[in-house]
Design a protein around this ligand. Structure first.
Ligand SMILES: Nc1nc2c(ncn2[C@@H]2O[C@H](COP(=O)(O)OP(=O)(O)OP(=O)(O)O)[C@@H](O)[C@H]2O)c(=O)[nH]1
Ligand SMILES: [Mg+2]
Ligand SMILES: [Zn+2]
Length: 342
């Protein structure tokens, strides 16, 4: 399994118990893989050849089929994403957290929300945020890497499997991995006082083995996440919408359709849903206009998922309001913590 990548080198862990003379090999890609531009991701299971056991070198000859691929952060075959957010410093941001959660849902991966820096928060804030996120249909664990509060409980819930830490910069992902595996001593960075955001201390995705046998990947923080799924699929990526008795309209986007059950349900994230819906509609429209082959391929997927093309332009007028709202939120986000992107 690929544990890390740096430039054109891959650190590959050999299957424990396979009886190999070494645990790790530093690998390049075989020319054939390079030529076909077949990417190799951290988390990929690979076959190696040309092994130099003494020098600890080899070449990757084949990437085995993936069970899953998360694009941001890039990791293959992970079972669960731990979405790490701070209760404070940087302040909890429900729209940004929802962005992460929707993107994870689109990859059909499981998410657990990990709220860090509980030492900074009052118990009222902690409870309010926990209740809120549970209401969205997600498991929550609250921790402090500083006081070790909640770390044992989290460690117990990470059984065998591959996990990745995702979240904005400065929320304490590397600190959390250090707390789960005290020998690691990963570099952590300060949060800038003025902007309340992290400094992109972690630069690479890298998997580490915990005592339990689980593999956990540290990853760089980011907060630029576009929601590009077909508009029609979006509601399915909000678990609390899924559990509602189905809306009575077939093909309803749960926007301003009169009588829509989802709209009338008073769900807390309905406003966030509308913001994202406007984004997916705008995205689908751009893709229809551009003739660029890559974009067209994407557009094709979008349209296929979205059903009949004609429904998208029809929505134009209806969604002008959320689209302004989304612009405002974009500005708010930019002002409070959109860092350089990785
Ligand atoms: N008060 C408090 N501060 C914490 C806690 N955990 C981490 N921090 C601080 O938060 C800052 C950022 O921590 P990192 O672990 O580097 O954050 P990160 O999420 O890995 O950031 P990137 O690598 O930039 O994505 C550091 O100054 C940590 O000391 C905590 O539980 N409580
Ligand atoms: Mg980090
Ligand atoms: Zn509806």
């Amino acid at each position: 399994m690929v544990l890390a990548q740096e430039a054109n080198y891959y650190r590959v862990r050999l299957d424990p118990g396979a009886g190999a003379p070494v645990d790790l090999l530093l690998c390049t890609r075989r020319a054939r893989l390079m030529k076909t531009k077949q990417p190799v991701y951290v988390g990929d299971r690979v076959l190696v050849t040309e092994v130099d056991w003494q020098g600890g070198r080899a070449a990757i000859s084949e990437v085995l089929p993936r069970q899953s691929l998360l694009v941001k952060p890039p990791i293959a075959n992970c079972n669960k994403v731990l979405v790490v957010f701070a209760l404070l410093e940087p302040a909890f941001d429900p729209v940004l957290l929802s962005r992460f959660l929707v993107c994870i849902e689109t990859e059909h991966l499981k998410a657990l929300v990990c709220l860090n820096k509980s030492d900074r928060a009052t118990s009222a804030l902690r409870l309010a945020v926990e209740l809120r996120v549970r209401g969205w249909g997600y498991g929550v664990c609250t921790v402090s890497t500083r006081t070790q509060d909640g770390i044992d409980e989290l460690a117990q819930s990470l059984d065998q499997g591959t996990f990745v830490l995702a979240g904005p910069s400065g929320v304490g992902k590397s600190s959390l991995l250090n707390a789960l595996h005290p020998g690691l001593k990963l570099r952590v960075g300060a949060v800038s006082n003025k902007l309340g955001r992290g400094k992109h201390t972690t630069r690479h995705v890298e998997l580490f083995a915990l005592e339990s046998g689980a593999l956990v990947a540290d990853a760089p923080g980011f907060s630029q996440l576009d929601i590009t799924c077909p508009p029609r699929d979006l509601a399915g990526y909000f678990p609390e919408f899924r559990s509602l008795s189905a809306c009575q309209f077939r093909d309803c986007l749960h926007g301003e359709e009169p009588g829509c059950m989802v709209r009338q349900s008073g769900l807390e994230r309905y406003e966030i849903y509308l913001t994202f819906l406007a984004e997916t509609i705008a995205h689908a429209r751009i893709l229809q206009r551009t003739g660029d082959p890559e974009e067209t391929l994407k557009a094709h997927r979008q349209v296929r998922g979205a059903g009949e093309k004609s429904t998208i332009p029809r929505l134009d007028a209806n969604y002008r309001k959320p689209s302004r709202r989304s612009q405002r939120q974009q500005i708010e986000r930019d002002g409070t913590g959109t860092e350089e992107d990785d």
